[in-house]
Design a protein around this ligand. Sequence first.
Ligand code: SF4
Length: 189
Amino acid sequence: MLATAKADERFSILPEIAAKNHMLPTDLLGSCRTVVVFFIPFTPELANGNIEGKFASDEWGQSLVLTNNLIQDISEFIRGYFAEYGYRSVLTPATYNFFPESLTARWSHKHLAYLCGLGRFGMNAQMITPAGSAGRLGSLVTQAVLGDNPLVTVNELCLNKAGKDCLKCMDKCPVKAVTQFTICYTVKG
Ligand code: SF4
């Protein structure tokens, strides 16, 4: 699934909500008109394979590498499609674009997905899309004029944020990564 947004002033909030040195779409391509973000959902079997034990499954690890290549292929396909119509596009890496010291990214696919209306943040800081949270995000900027095409227009998809009791992510995380601190940060962030 895929959402697009006009590369306008809404993205100037990125340094505030993602990281101080987060890039703007125009930093990647000065003449860009649209931000494109897409989501590749994992199968329930792959996600459920992490339920047992404290570590992610081997299949989960393998899927990271495989989907890195898939994200690159999809991005290249979109770039090639727009190029046929004379539009330039700039791709971004699927991952490894973050600073290990601060764990912040100069190009956060999740925050771009939020701004494009591909999903909403959950209490666990994961991006909830209409196809769930388990999956991978990719993004690019392009000169092609596509306008706003959000998939999500409601304020929240997270049950807890929408005012219903949930917090299952906090209870179920085997290493307690989702803590009250994370949740406070997520709500404020
Ligand atoms: S609180 Fe519930 S709906 Fe929200 S992210 Fe956690 S598990 Fe998902």
